[in-house]
Each structure stands twice: as C-alpha cells, then as structure tokens.
Design a protein around this ligand. Structure first.
Ligand code: SF4
Ligand code: SF4
Length: 392
C-alpha cells in the first residue's frame, strides 16, 4: 500500500510566507500545464514535471515537489502566465517553493558549483574576478565616471565564456560607432543575481545585489545598458526592492532609438533570410519586441521572417531559471525544437539577443547537425557585421 501523505498547513504557510502570495488563487484548471514547454517534449523530466500538480502540492503543504526533475525543472519562461484565468504568479510560487527547499539545505548537485562560485568569485562561471575584463583588451573602453551617461553592464557569461565574449565586443563596437557615452566597472561588479534568485537562493541573491547597488550608487550610476535580458530583469524588477533605482535598457532598445535618430546606420549588405527567436526575458518578461525587428529590417538585403511561435508565444530555449546548467538528454531539449522551427521557415540565420539563448541554440544546432543550413547569431554580432566592414 502506498504511504499515506499528510497535509501540512504549516508547510503551506511557510511557502506562502516565502513569497507565494497567490498560491491559494489557483483553481487547478490545468491551462498552465497545457502551455508549458515541457509538454512539447517527451522523456523523464517531461513525465515528472506538471506545474498544476506542483502548485496543488504546495497548496496542501504535501511532500513530493522537491525532486530535481520537478521543483528545479521550471525554466521560468512565463508561458504559463499568459493564459492563467486567476492571474496566479506561478513563477513567484515556484521561486518560493525553491526557497523553502534551498533554505533546508537541498540544492541539486549540478547547481552547487554555481552557488559556490557566486560566493567565492561573484560570478557563476568559476572565473577569477581579475579576468572579468580580459575580453576588453584593445577595445579602448573607458571606466565609468560621474561624467559618463551609461554604465555598460556585461553579463557574467559574456565576460568569461569564449563564445559569449563576442557579444560583449560587438555591443561595444556598435555603441562606440553610434557615439554613445558609456563606461564599464567590470572588475568591481558582481553577477546581477537574477538566476540564483530564480534558483531559490535568496540570501546569495541579496548579497550580490546589495554589493552591486553599493557600487553603482557610489559611482553615481543613473542609467544602465545590459547585454543580457536576465540582467535587465534583475536591475529593473529585483533591485528596486533593495533600493537600487536605475533607468535600465537592454542594448537592443538603445540601438533601436539610435537607429530612429539616424545615429546608427548599416552599410554592409546581408542578402539572407533571417528569423528572430524572442528570448523569454526580453519578450514576455520585459515586453521588448519591436526594436530588434526594426534593427534587422534596417540591414540592407535582410529578409525578416517570423517563426510560427513568436513574440509573447515564443518557445523558451530552455536556459532560464538555472536550467542553462542542467543536463537534459539530447532529444528532450527545447532548443532543438527552436532550431527545427527556424529550419522549417527556411531561414539562413536564426538571430536572438541573449547569451543563454545563444548557448542553448548553438548547442541544439550542433547536436542536430543543422550547421550547414542554419547559422545562429546574436543580434549584436549581425548588426556589427552589417555596420562595420569586416564586422567583428
Ligand atoms: S492556469 Fe492558473 S488557475 Fe489554472 S492550474 Fe494553472 S495556475 Fe492554477
Ligand atoms: S514558467 Fe515556463 S517552464 Fe515554468 S511552469 Fe511556466 S510554462 Fe512551464
């Protein structure tokens, strides 16, 4: 006979007090589960993870949600929020359930080194702090001062990862070409903390965020340009709770404005069929859909085609909520579906604007051996090659 599980209202109250204020609003209709990308793939994780059921377990304080393939499977993509009739803050509920589990000492083995590196180095990539600025060599990027208009905050991934450093370099070249007043603080910064907060380590997020806020305020930062939509989310939506109030833009938003003002032009022709993958944290979470498309359409020769699942219906790459470090078997990765979406549209280039999306889509493209028909590019890389002879 199955073990009898007991309802624990204390556990339910603990989850609610950790931030799941809308947990009781859920009426168990299951619309969220239907929209969840885990329903688009098969396999062990897909079978284990059901967001409707997970919330029911939370409502009753029942055990059973703590497993890695359940509690830590959510990519925080926000797709489920689009259709919830009760406007349940599903991601906040997931985050709170994770908080209670992480506070009890349970963190999946794949995420322990990430938390360890954030504690020790201030970034999740085990990179020494002094190497954070290595990619800047030869680019003549000034340090941020009170006379500088924007702080350019580069995502940890693009500070340390060889592939991702190209994103940081191309953003810098575009800003320089358009004459933007910007500077960096690089070696003094910590990770923005967005992902570790979604993973459920609230104390570590607070430590990172407070350190950044102290630094930014001390240097007189008022406006921030981010290279990653995840940093955009943290600075816009998380930092104000801790007293960090800034005007924050993803670089695509600023470049879109510069295009309209005639300060950015593209002279190099690119006769290619291009499609855009909306990153969840740029699109659904921050509602930035137009600038990136306007920029792509401004490149001579580019034919922009939309993917079937686009804008607020975009399919997650699989890299949010800490999942960029998860091990998902080949054949069960959302990124593979996304590559197939682009190939079905006969696109030559799949463009996106997020370092996590690039990592996941590059991986999927290589795994599916589609590199001969489809190129994955970050928006800044494509724009850089269209605005400067020779590109990067
Ligand atoms: S869609 Fe909303 S109300 Fe329906 S099960 Fe999901 S969270 Fe609950
Ligand atoms: S945020 Fe995304 S992955 Fe998480 S439950 Fe909602 S739809 Fe599924």
């Amino acid at each position: 006979m199955d073990e009898i599980k007991e309802v624990s209202l204390d556990m339910r109250d603990y989850i609610v007090s950790s931030g799941a204020e809308t947990l009781s609003w859920c009426m168990q209709c299951g619309l969220c589960t239907n929209l969840c990308p885990w329903r688009q793939v098969t396999g062990e994780i897909s079978e284990a993870f059901n967001i409707r059921k997970m919330q029911r377990l939370g409502q009753l304080g029942l055990e059973g949600f703590e497993g890695e393939n359940i509690l830590f499977a959510c990519v925080t993509c926000g797709m489920c929020l689009v259709n919830c009739p009760r406007k349940v803050e599903i991601i906040d509920n997931v985050k709170s359930m994770r908080n209670t589990t992480v506070a009890a000492g349970f963190l999946p083995a794949t995420l322990r080194p990430i938390a360890g590196s954030l504690h020790a180095n201030g970034n999740p990539w085990a990179g020494p702090q002094e190497k954070r600025a290595e990619w800047q060599e030869g680019l003549n990027i000034p340090a941020f001062t009170e006379d500088t208009e924007y702080l350019l905050y580069v995502c940890c991934t693009s500070n340390y990862d060889t592939r991702s450093k190209k994103i940081a370099k191309s953003v810098v070249k575009l800003l320089q070409k358009a004459g933007v007043s910007f500077g960096v603080l690089t070696a003094e910064e910590n990770c923005c903390g967005e992902t570790i907060r979604k993973i459920g380590d609230e104390a570590l997020f607070t430590k990172l965020a407070e350190s950044n806020i102290k630094l930014f305020n001390g240097k007189g930062v008022k406006k921030i340009i981010t290279t990653s939509p995840h940093c955009l989310f943290a600075f816009k939506k998380d930092y104000p709770e801790l007293g960090g109030e800034y005007e924050v833009m993803h670089y695509a938003e600023l470049l879109g404005d510069l295009l309209k003002e005639g300060k950015l032009t593209f002279s190099e022709e690119l006769a290619k069929k291009v499609t855009f993958h909306d990153p969840c944290y740029l699109g659904r979470h921050n509602e930035v859909y137009d600038p990136q498309r306007e920029l792509l359409q401004a490149v001579p020769g580019v034919e922009l085609v939309e993917l079937g699942r686009t804008k607020n219906k975009s399919l997650c790459c699989g890299g949010g909520g800490g999942r960029v470090w998860a091990e998902v078997p080949f054949g069960e990765r959302f990124g593979e579906l996304r590559i197939n979406d682009a190939v079905d549209k006969k696109a030559d280039i799949l463009v996106t604007a997020c370092p996590y999306c690039i990592a996941m889509l590059d991986d999927a493209c290589a795994g599916l051996e589609k590199g001969d028909v489809l190129q994955v590019m970050e928006l800044s890389e494509l724009l850089c090659s269209a605005s400067l002879p020779g590109g990067l």
